[in-house]
Design a protein around this ligand. Structure first.
Ligand code: PEP
Ligand code: MG
Length: 754
């Protein structure tokens, strides 16, 4: 059963469009369950009706014509109850509705299971049998298991087909995909697909102009792989028995034959580049092998995949790495890494659309910091088909328009110009002090990390740097940067902002920030070897970093050190000891280093409960609400599926912040917020009420936050907070604060979707 399930899902997953996906489903269900009829009814979004969309057993002419209103007939009953309905004699059931178009007279037994995605019924999968009988429990559970996995594949096939149709159609046909707001703003540009090297499945289609040259480089790559294979076969001939060696002959035959190579060449002639053509050919052959009954033959699919990867590696090693970026490039990918983002010149990067991740992923945070709009978690996006397409990415709502119509373009250009107007208003605000109308100064610091942020003009706004993510320079190297390299980077940041303080956070890798030269593979990386845990296990790396930081501050003395991911006092004491050691060594070496203020990030729940103990040891606290929210609510900050549960205005998050501020203030230690929450105007009102001492955010958010601070007194914020404590739901709290912003004339700051 498991094998059959796996094969059906695999086939559906690779179907090029919705019709073919549904056809596969009904054919395979009828075959494998051995029923007379298998049908799929899909919900029509406009009418809410369930429409017969594919069938094997009923009249095909009924497809698209038989429709049940919500709650109507047995199909309606399945969707209404959101559970399987198993009936011995359907025609005698009170809810049964006869559809004459289907020719379904002779069928009695009925089994319907809902196809549900993210809590919404997409359709109903139905099996029918002539005889009177109840379906057996294992048949029912097979269909339930299948339907539970089909929802995603159906949506994906639908989106993929829609985009394919759109690409073939003439101008003016567009497609819209739904993702999650990643970083605010609207981007209009051309898609460039980011893909990991040697990952055949991720290769996009790309138009090629010099077809003969492309075929030439493809053939060269194939010949190199052939040579490799012959070498392997020779080397293995003394070790392997003849029957195993035959495998090499089979692979060599494929590399010389017409099917794999000839078909790829045909696809190149049709205009696709060699990697894209190869991907399609390999996928087609893999599908054929995987659908074979014989398990030995099925296993051969992985040999074909392997051949594909080998040829791809060869092609990629021959292709010069010169990439022509579009003037307005929208980086599109299944999963975009921080490194891929950094590869694009900032002036060419208009936006980001990622099939995975959420607004709390580091790529989204970086995009936000760079003022680049981003849509995350657009899971149904057919990434491979998007290269070179015109795209609008709405980072406010999470919508992605592919090949948008004139009308949509005009509307978005209008929104873009409204944004520019707001920016003008905010420019005036940015020059004013960050003081509330009742005279309370709340300094606003910057979150930076990208070197370009230091070089650009951002340094003239803000009261300093509240969070310098030092891992970004680490991510851009091919080895751990040495003390001198780090010294130069940190010195530049400290100089640019002096005499204002700059908080350098020690290396915080792990989780979703992986160093190519320091691979860490874990099942639960966010609960694993991250942040300070790595630094303490590698004092040589930590001490080098601290020495570079201390030396960078000589004569400027505007450095503060921030330690990430502290979860116990033991870790803190260990880190403080190492800082003391580095400081002592430098003094011995004659450097005029001053011991800087040291603070910790509160981003692990255990630290919330130990603030009193920590406050005796450190000079300040900075709450990392990105991680604190993820750990408090048990919601992976990168997982699009649970993104709607990731709520910074959750009463539990606010309660934790209150506790940290209250405990820290008892010992007179200031508290800042450096997570994304500090740049969210509604949340800022709550944080003012909680008594936060300062806030740190990306430069693009700073003027908005300053506008809030200059518009509301601390007393007002405290009163509002009293109302917020009465509310139990995050959404209600957000509505409360959004309402207040609106009434105060700051409605322009409310982000659609928030
Ligand atoms: C945080 O967790 O809130 C934070 C600022 O750190 P990062 O986003 O880099 O994990
Ligand atoms: Mg963090």
């Amino acid at each position: 059963m498991l094998d059959t399930l796996r094969r059906i899902i695999q086939e559906v997953n690779t179907a090029p469009d919705l019709d073919q996906a549904l056809d596969i489903i009904v054919r395979r269900v009828r075959e494998s369950v051995g029923v007379d009829v298998a049908s799929v009814y899909l919900k029509d979004i406009d009418t809410g009706q369930y429409v017969l969309s594919a069938t094997e057993g009923l009249r095909k002419s009924a497809i698209g014509h038989v429709r049940f209103n919500p709650g109507e007939g047995l199909v309606g009953m399945v969707s209404e109850r959101e559970e399987p309905v198993n009936i011995e004699d359907a025609p005698s059931h009170p809810r049964y509705m006869f559809a004459s178009e289907t020719g379904e007279n002779p069928y009695h037994a009925f089994l319907g299971v809902p196809i549900i995605q993210h809590g919404t019924v997409l359709g109903v999968l139905v099996a029918r049998q002539r005889e009177y009988r109840l379906f057996a429990e294992d048949e029912e559970s097979f269909l339930v298991t299948l339907a539970a996995q089909l929802a995603g594949a159906i949506t994906h096939a639908g989106a993929s087909g829609e985009v394919a149709q759109m690409l073939q159609a003439s101008e003016g046909v567009s497609a819209v995909l739904k993702g999650l707001p990643g970083a605010p703003g609207i981007a209009i540009g051309k898609a460039m697909v980011a893909y990991p090297p040697a990952n055949l499945e991720a290769i996009p289609d790309r138009q090629v102009t010099d077809i003969e040259a492309e075929i030439g480089s493809f053939r060269d790559a194939v010949n190199s792989v052939k040579d490799d294979m012959s070498d392997y076969a020779n080397r293995m001939s003394s070790i392997l028995p003849a029957e195993e060696l035959a495998l090499f002959d089979a692979l060599l035959m494929m590399l010389g034959g017409d099917s794999l190579i000839g078909e790829t060449v045909e696809r190149i002639r049709a205009g696709n580049w060699a990697p894209g053509a190869l991907r399609e050919t390999i996928a087609q052959h893999v599908r054929v092998f995987e659908s074979m009954e014989d398990s030995y033959m099925r296993e051969r699919a992985s040999d074909i995949r392997d051949l594909g990867r080998r040829i791809l590696t060869r092609i990629q090693s021959e292709v010069p790495a010169v990439i022509a970026f579009y003037p307005q490039t929208i980086l599109v990918g299944e999963e975009i890494s921080v490194g891929q983002l950094a590869e694009i010149p900032v002036e060419n990067l208009a936006g980001i659309v990622s099939a995975s991740g959420s607004s709390s992923s580091h790529v989204a945070i970086l995009a936000h910091a760079m003022g680049v709009p981003a849509v995350m978690g657009a899971a149904d996006m057919p990434v491979g088909r998007l290269e070179g397409q015109t795209i609008i990415a709405d980072g406010y709502r999470g919508d992605v328009f592919i090949n948008p119509s004139e009308l949509v373009c005009r509307e978005y250009l209008r929104l873009q110009s409204e944004e520019t107007e707001l920016t003008e208003v905010l420019k005036d605000v940015a020059a004013q002090p960050s003081v509330t109308p009742d005279g309370v100064n709340i300094p606003l610091y910057l979150n930076i990390g990208l070197v370009s942020s230091v070089e650009n003009e951002v340094h003239d706004i803000g009261d300093g740097v509240g969070l310098y993510r030092t891992e970004i320079p680490f991510l851009m190297q091919d080895r751990f940067p040495g003390e001198e390299v780090q010294l130069r980077i940190y010195r530049k940041a400290l100089e640019v902002f002096a005499p204002r303080p700059v908080s350098l956070r020690t290396l915080d890798v792990g989780g979703d920030k992986l160093l190519s030269y320091f691979p860490v593979k874990e099942d639960n990386p966010f609960l694993g070897w991250r942040g300070i845990r790595i630094s303490l296990d590698h004092p040589e790396i930590f001490l080098t970093q601290i020495r570079a930081m201390l030396r960078a501050s000589v004569g400027l003395n505007n450095l503060t050190i921030l330690l990430p991911m502290i979860s116990t006092v033991t870790e803190l004491d260990h880190a403080l000891l190492l800082i003391k050691q580095a400081h002592g060594e430098l003094l011995e070496e004659g450097a005029l280093v001053v011991r800087p203020p040291v603070g910790i990030m509160i981003e692990v729940p255990s630290a919330v409960y130990q603030v009193s103990a920590m406050a005796k040891r450190v000079d300040f606290f900075s709450i990392g609400t990105n991680d604190l929210t993820q750990y408090l609510l048990a919601v992976d900050r990168n997982n699009a599926r649970v993104a709607s549960l990731y709520q910074t205005l959750h009463p539990a998050v606010l309660g934790a912040i209150r506790q940290v501020i209250e405990q820290a203030h008892v010992l007179g230690k200031p508290v800042s917020i450096c997570g994304e929450m500090a740049g969210d105007p509604a949340a800022v009102l709550a944080l003012m009420g909680l008594g936060v001492n300062s806030l740190s955010m990306s430069a693009s958010n700073l003027p908005r936050v300053k506008w809030v601070i200059r518009s509301f007194t601390v007393d007002e914020a405290r009163d509002l907070l009293k109302q917020a404590w009465m509310l139990e739901e995050p959404r209600a709290i957000r509505e409360l604060y959004n309402g207040v912003l609106e009434q105060g004339g700051l409605g322009g700051l409310i982000r659609p979707g928030n």
